[in-house]
Design a protein around this ligand. Sequence first.
Ligand SMILES: NC(=O)c1ccc[n+]([C@@H]2O[C@H](COP(=O)([O-])OP(=O)(O)OC[C@H]3O[C@@H](n4cnc5c(N)ncnc54)[C@H](OP(=O)(O)O)[C@@H]3O)[C@@H](O)[C@H]2O)c1
Length: 364
Amino acid sequence: MDDHHYIELAVRLARRCAPRPLGDEPQGCVIVKEDGSRIVARGWNGDGKSAMTRAVSGNDVAHEGASSVLYFAREPYADEVDEIVAFSPARIVMGQESATERWGGKGIEELQKAGIEVDVGRGRDHSRKVLAAHDHVRRTGRPFVTLKLASSVDGRIATKSGESKWITGNQARRFVHLLRAEADAIMVGSNTAVADNPDLTCRLEGLEACSPLRIVVDSRIRTPLTHNVIATAKAAPTLFIVGPERDKDRERALEASGVSVLEVGYAKEPGFENLLDMEAALTALAGSGIADLFVEGGAALAATLMRRGLIDRVFWVQGPKIIGGDGKAALAPMGFEKMKDIVSLAHRRTYRFDDDIAVEYDVR
Ligand SMILES: NC(=O)c1ccc[n+]([C@@H]2O[C@H](COP(=O)([O-])OP(=O)(O)OC[C@H]3O[C@@H](n4cnc5c(N)ncnc54)[C@H](OP(=O)(O)O)[C@@H]3O)[C@@H](O)[C@H]2O)c1
């Protein structure tokens, strides 16, 4: 076993879903005997614990420090350094530097000041996966946005009356719940919130606590106050993105229900001035620590984000159903006239869930 192997293991641990404060990057930690003879302990961050704390707590390992190597998926934060120094490892290996402005490089500096040998960048290819969203925020100032659409074979997401339950089967819907758990926030447009009355939580057994922040883009606060996202807001955090012309009484009622409110202006693009400025919304969300955003539709919100180049990845889940041309198209009109302007995708992976398929694409 070499350093790459243990970094890969640390990255896998980092990908465990455990609730973390917004803005915190995932972290995994593996403590290995210096001679490689055995793994002493493993940890990941979340539930109020750093990866190191989780690795050492409950395991009788304090005496192992001097004869062990610590592997981290990414650079530990400067405020996590004390417990690492106290453990006094022979060496530390980390996948890559922290991708956040706040911490990048500071943890490494502190560890080196304490006289510990630090090796950065081993297995960078593995750690990149786990820090992709935070890297994206650092480069663009916006979250990494994944769009999921569940459509019939003919690309419809609802019947003409707006019914959409269910186009895909149970296994595919469970997969979507796993994607929800991996995100920092889930977003839907107001028509979806009104028509479907969704919960927008992760309901996979054991991962309920990993339900991310729920976000509804609802400029005039049209969602009924009795709908699930509002009625349960004291238990599951919820944010409404609203416009300057919303009704102030409804806003007060929302806040009394435990919903947070973010105001953004209207889009400046000709023909779309009655819709909210999603660039501004995404920039504000990144500023509040949301790195990984999962958009679940509907067609209008998906089209706006796609047209503006704000979507980075697509999961297109397709059920073996035909709805017909009077059903709701997966994406609202995008106004492209020339083939050179349309959106191109790069295939990443195809998944099969019973009779459904899900295709993962990167947006080029
Ligand atoms: N199968 C699936 O995967 C799936 C997923 C989701 C939804 N659906 C179905 O899709 C239907 C709803 O989709 P939809 O296209 O009608 O509506 P939508 O995308 O859910 O919501 C659109 C509304 O969001 C608000 N909004 C504010 N700013 C916006 C912006 N910049 N861009 C886009 N929207 C903005 C606008 O309402 P305000 O003016 O009130 O702010 C707009 O009318 C429902 O039938 C639902 O069942 C299916």
